[in-house]
Design a protein around this ligand. Structure first.
Ligand code: 4AD
Ligand code: MG
Length: 475
């Protein structure tokens, strides 16, 4: 009977016989195998008695070889583990040539590990990151399911641009060498697979809104795609987004829901995988030590997460945020690279100042200028702002973007025309405003940014198994 290593290590039970299977991390003194099967970041020590295996077999126990070991679980004599397995038989399931194996048992840079992303799952760091990513996925579904939200699978192939930002990947089965042209020389999309131009979705929001007009509370959780040429530690071309949409909710309800969701899923992940969080906390502390004192984060990972759980998020308007920036020592001493004035789309340096220096906790900024936000946001009475909401998190910047939606047909249509959004093509979206419209609100949580926040990983490429970024589509 095979047992998982997590279960063996957690248990207090000893003196029973079992089988374990996994990948060798290290093999010391021809005697101590550190075995890992991914169920935990702890290795099980498998003890090989002297003269128990022939030389040929011993040589095959190399870093990353896959083995099966059967023997007795006993209280450990050594330091660093409470139980160990005294091997009675060992079978090599998959050999690995230690000379050829790119992942030597030593510290590798994250940059290097990204180049061997097919193997990095086998490191402590990525083991912890992806167990936490999994826990967060489950927690998100649980949070919404406990509250009677309906999960909607929004389409991945779409014909609309939900954000109106034009950052889309085309979907076509045209022979790109021989594009059919119309008489006036434009590409003739009527001959394309869908009979029209199509793209990968940038957001499931518009479809979620349609569903909310029937089910009241819905959420999507799916991949989204953006062809924005941003080579940053916060942007991916393919990322996962959670988009709840709730009928009858206004902006404040939307902010309450987002705050409750973040606290719930973070607590769930911390409770579920305390050892992974502890490991990543130490990893981050080590990484911070390499930085100049002025650049170091004020909080450790666990400290930061607990602080978030125990405190209310700060809530301010965009106008207040701009005033805080204008009054800041950083602004007065010309420390910002980009200028500050009412109407700007805040740069990451501004967002980080607000969150990390000024408030030192997550901040919900509402009521942005309408000219820097999407067409679907509800217009405020002042004629200048919309009922938008961004949540900014320490070390991350924008983690959530959302709004109350424009439910008034005339105002929505007028805004779409102003912003060159095709009203005719999007009749289906406008139909919800024609037939039984109501106030509603929703938001989008960038899943990888959440995983970054919880794991303390500095680069978004290190929290998704196979990152897609400009000029990179490996694996
Ligand atoms: O602010 P965004 O663009 O909002 C929307 O897409 C709305 N339709 C959401 C809604 O109201 N239903 O994106 C939402 C979030 C951002 O706050 C960010 O966390 C994440 O998605 N995000 C990205 N994450 C990784 N890589 C990118 N290129 C991202 N672009 C946005
Ligand atoms: Mg946004």
């Amino acid at each position: 009977m095979r047992k998982e290593i997590a279960e063996i290590i957690k248990g207090t039970e000893v003196d029973y016989t079992t089988t374990v299977k996994g990948w060798v991390r290290t093999f010391r003194n021809n005697q101590f195998i550190a075995l890992n099967d991914g169920s935990t970041n702890h290795n099980l020590q498998v003890v090989v008695a002297l003269n128990f295996l022939d030389d040929a077999t011993l040589k095959r126990i190399t870093t990353s070889a896959c083995i099966s070991a059967t023997g007795k679980i006993v209280a450990s004599q050594g330091k660093g583990q409470s139980v160990e397995l005294i091997a009675e038989s060992i079978e090599i399931l998959g050999d690995s040539d230690a000379e050829q194996y790119p992942l030597q048992p030593k510290k590798h840079s994250l940059d290097f590990l990204r180049e061997i992303a097919h193997l990095r799952f086998r490191t402590n760091t990525f083991g912890s990151v992806f167990r936490l990513r999994n826990a967060l996925t489950f927690a998100i579904h649980q949070f919404f399911q406990e509250r009677n939200f309906l999960n909607i699978h929004s389409p991945i192939i779409s014909a609309s641009d939900a954000e109106g930002a034009g950052e889309m990947f085309h979907v076509t089965n045209f022979d790109l060498e021989k594009l059919p042209l119309t008489e006036s020389g434009e590409i003739d999309y009527t001959q394309d697979f869908f009979g029209r131009s199509a793209n990968l979705t940038v957001s499931g929001q518009l479809e979620a809104e349609l569903a909310a007009m029937a089910f009241t509370k819905v959420y999507t959780f799916g991949p989204t795609f953006r062809a924005e040429n941003s080579n940053t530690t916060r942007h991916l071309a393919e990322f996962w987004m959670i988009e709840p949409e709730v009928a009858f909710n206004e902006l404040k309800d939307n902010a309450d829901l987002a705050e409750a969701m973040l606290k719930y899923v973070i607590k769930y992940a911390m409770d579920k995988h305390p050892d992974d969080i502890t490991f990543l906390d130490a990893r981050l502390a080590e990484e911070e030590k390499q930085k100049p004192t002025a650049d170091r984060a004020e909080f450790g990972l666990i400290e930061k997460l607990n602080f978030l759980l125990e405190n209310n998020f700060e809530r301010i308007t965009y106008t207040e945020a701009i005033q805080i920036l204008l009054d800041s020592p950083a602004y007065k001493k010309n420390k910002f690279k980009y200028d500050v004035s009412w109407g700007i789309d805040m740069q990451s340096e501004h967002e980080r100042y607000l969150v990390e220096k000024h408030f030192k906790k997550p901040v919900i900024v509402t009521d942005y200028p309408k000219d820097i936000k999407a067409f679907y946001m509800r217009q405020n009475e002042d004629g200048k702002t919309v009922a938008a909401m961004d949540i900014l998190a320490p070390g991350i910047g924008e983690i959530i973007g959302g709004s109350q939606r424009e439910e008034r047909l005339d105002k929505l249509e007028q805004r779409m025309v102003e912003m060159n959004i095709p009203t005719k093509e999007m009749f289906w979206y406008l139909d919800t405003r024609r037939f039984g419209t109501c106030k509603h609100a929703g938001f989008g949580l960038g899943f990888e940014r959440l995983v970054q926040f919880v794991t303390g990983m500095g680069n978004i490429r290190d929290v998704i198994p196979f990152p897609r970024t400009p000029k990179n589509c490996e694996f």
